[in-house]
Design a protein around this ligand. Structure first.
Ligand code: HEM
Length: 521
């Protein structure tokens, strides 16, 4: 039988449907006054992904954006990682995107991240459930009780670590801080103390995060597969802890001792065991990633900027002396009140761009500031370009903590912790942990930083893990000479007869670094 007329009919029908769809899309688009932003979608399928990635691996990942900003303006279209994407390097457009709710934009992550996080992860849930989980975590992290607890833990774990450091040995700041902040965070989440279980968790966690940015291939032997197996083992461990906690009924205690207690005391019945374990594991990520990086980058920038290091050290020494005179130990607000220290952290967050930006998917056609973001497209709010924009920051590539003296950190030109409903609930915690580490490091040690460089993709990290050769300081409380000499020491001039004790600057660049007058605005 001749079926050609059937095929013809099907073909005509299909063409009709496609034509109708495209016409409807055109009619819908024409309802909007705003056009699609300028830009190009690059090659079929791969779009501009290769150029994006090759720039991301370079010292200037923002060069991909810079080139297009010149041609198309601060908001432009592209096609990266398999998706048509509107890239915003405009502070107001990015603010609008961040502040929109899930009816307009939802978070968008690569497949490997969504697979590993699990569907109940706070990063992937939306609407009232996200607000509930965010609120519980946020208010607990803000509580003075928790901050006091974190301060105690951080000081303890850090001192235990620092006591093992030997003079003239290399310390890898990135590794040390990863271990310490992971321990502190795990204790905050599930009250697990350092020991065998913590070591086991640390080990499998390493395998878990290795797969976060990996090929979306789930066959045995692939990184994603190994990471999913590691996640299963972690879920089992956390699940047992949840069961124990439910049995022991400790959730009835009035002051929650950790995030798990906070979740278990929630009466909304929205928080399933799956959600609890997924989120406990996700919340460990900043302990291994963002907070250690904040500390490591601050030490790198300070090592490269002797005058900032000098002021930083003076401020911290002063606090140490005051407290020692009064016979008091430091509490969390002492650290947070250190003005210059906080400015150093703010500047580190601006220049270091630990999170370069966040990705969203449009749930409907959206018009912002004269641009159209079509439904189904992705929107990348690229913080890095805004943080390094000379319209917002004078000499943006210079580490200059003094720029924050009278400047507001609440503006939409500064969003290292995101914004809107998904503003990072751990922002105070990150600053507190970093301030504590830096205070004890700078008041107890001098160091010479070995050469190292920052890698920006797929996550920000130091190529050589930030090795520094350390030397314990004299007891400054009883050694006025060491105080008066400290300015010279920080400048990189060798102390007579003791070359090793000489400085706290990056090795091999002492002379240039000493012409630091230019560093100060
Ligand atoms: C330097 C350190 C940190 C940086 C730069 C940072 C940055 C960010 C950014 C940019 C977001 C927004 C993501 C989005 O909009 O999709 C975010 C969200 C989040 N952060 Fe952080 N973070 C840091 C430390 C922490 C810490 C210590 C914790 C707590 C353990 C934490 C927990 C979270 C959570 C739970 C979210 C998701 C919030 C939600 O989607 O509702 N972060 N962080």
């Amino acid at each position: 039988m001749d079926n050609s007329w059937i095929l013809g009919l099907v073909g005509t029908l299909l063409s009709f449907i496609l034509l109708r769809k495209s016409l409807r899309a055109r009619i819908n688009r024409s309802r909007y006054r705003s056009p699609l932003p300028l830009g190009t979608l690059g090659w079929p399928l791969i779009g501009e992904t290769f150029e994006f990635i090759s720039c991301a691996y370079s010292d200037h990942p923002e060069s991909f954006m810079d080139k297009r900003r010149l041609m198309y303006g601060k908001v432009f279209k592209s096609h990266i990682f398999g998706n048509p994407t509107i890239i915003s390097t405009d502070a107001e457009v990015s603010k609008f995107i961040l502040q929109s709710d899930a009816k307009v934009f939802v978070p968008f992550y690569p497949i490997s991240i969504t697979e590993l996080m699990g569907k109940s992860s706070i990063l992937l849930i939306n609407g009232s459930l996200q607000r509930r989980v965010h609120g519980l975590i946020g208010s607990f992290f803000k509580s003075p009780h928790l901050k006091a607890q974190i301060t105690q833990d951080m000081q303890k774990y850090m001192q235990e670590s620092m006591d093992t450091w030997k003079d003239n040995h290399l310390i890898y700041i990135q590794d040390e801080t990863k271990n310490i902040t992971f321990q502190v965070l795990v204790k905050t989440l599930i009250s697990l103390e350092p020991g065998k279980e913590m070591e086991f968790l640390n080990q499998i966690f390493q395998e878990f995060i290795a797969g976060l940015i990996s090929l979306p291939v789930k066959i045995p032997g692939s990184q994603l597969y190994r990471s999913l197996q590691a996640k299963k083992r972690m879920v089992m461990l956390v699940h047992e802890i949840i069961q124990d906690r439910r049995r022991s009924n400790s959730r009835n205690s009035r002051v929650p001792r950790d995030v798990l207690d906070v979740f278990l005391s929630d009466t909304s019945e929205q928080l399933t065991d799956e959600l609890l374990s997924d989120n406990m594991i996700d919340l460990m990520i900043p302990g291994k990633d963002s907070v250690p990086l904040l500390i490591t980058l601050a030490i790198k920038y300070l090592s490269d900027s002797p005058i900032a290091l000098h002021q930083f050290k003076e401020e911290n020494m002063k606090l140490k002396r005051q407290k020692s005179k009064l016979g008091e130990s430091l509490c969390w607000s002492d650290y947070m009140d250190l003005q210059f220290t906080q400015n150093v952290l703010t500047e580190t967050l601006r220049l270091g761009n630990i999170i370069i930006g966040v990705m969203r998917k449009a749930m409907k056609d959206v018009e912002i500031k004269g641009y159209l973001i079509p439904k189904g497209w992705c929107a990348l709010t690229y913080f890095r370009s805004i943080h390094l924009d000379e319209q917002h920051y004078d000499r943006p590539y210079q580490f200059n903590p003094w720029r924050w003296q009278d400047k507001d950190t609440g503006s939409c030109n500064f969003t290292p912790f995101g914004g809107g409903q998904r503003l990072c609930p751990g922002l105070d915690l990150a600053r507190l942990e970093a301030s504590i580490f830096l205070h004890h490091f700078v008041t107890q040690f001098r160091w010479v930083a070995e050469d190292d460089s920052v890698i920006n993709f797929p996550t920000v990290r130091l190529k050589n893990r930030m090795p520094v050769r350390i030397q314990r300081r004299f007891n400054v409380m009883h050694d006025p000479l060491s105080l008066s000499l400290s300015f010279i020491v920080e400048c990189g001039f060798p102390l007579e007869g003791n070359e090793d004790e000489s400085n706290s600057v990056t090795k091999g660049t002492k002379t240039e670094r000493c012409s630091f007058k230019e560093d100060k605005p």
